[in-house]
Every structure is written in C-alpha cells, then in structure tokens.
Design a protein around this ligand. Structure first.
Ligand SMILES: [Zn+2]
Length: 69
C-alpha cells in the first residue's frame, strides 16, 4: 500500500527550490513517537513531503513502525 503512494508521488518538486524531491530516511514524530520512515524530501532546503495518507495516520508503514515498538 505505502509503495503505491510513493510511486504515485515520485515526481514532486519543492515549491521553493524547484528541484525534485528525493527519497530518503526522515525522522518522523507521530503520536508522541519518533521513528525513521522513507519519505520524499528536498535535498536543498530539507523540506519533507508528507503524503496525505501519512498526515491522516492511514499509512501502513507508520502503523507497522508503531506496532514494532
Ligand atoms: Zn527546497
């Protein structure tokens, strides 16, 4: 599921820098926990693109990371 989200959004650009976001490990704070996830981010300003599914807590990757704790 999460792979589909990432593939669909593989061509996002940073609004500020106009460069393509690249996939990388990002530390995410979610529900009081902090853990690394693979997200698209801007290599210039560090902006992280948070997919809507993740923002609304429906990303499978997040649920799995929380369950691992
Ligand atoms: Zn940027």
């Amino acid at each position: 599921m999460s792979n589909q989200i990432l593939q669909a959004e593989a061509n996002i650009e940073c609004d500020k820098c106009k460069v393509k976001l690249t996939l990388g490990s990002v530390k995410l704070d979610y529900l009081g926990s902090s853990f690394p996830v693979e997200l698209y981010k801007c290599s210039q300003c560090g902006l992280v693109y948070v997919p809507e599914a993740l923002a609304t807590g429906k990303m499978k990757q997040v649920e799995e990371a929380l369950e691992d704790k």
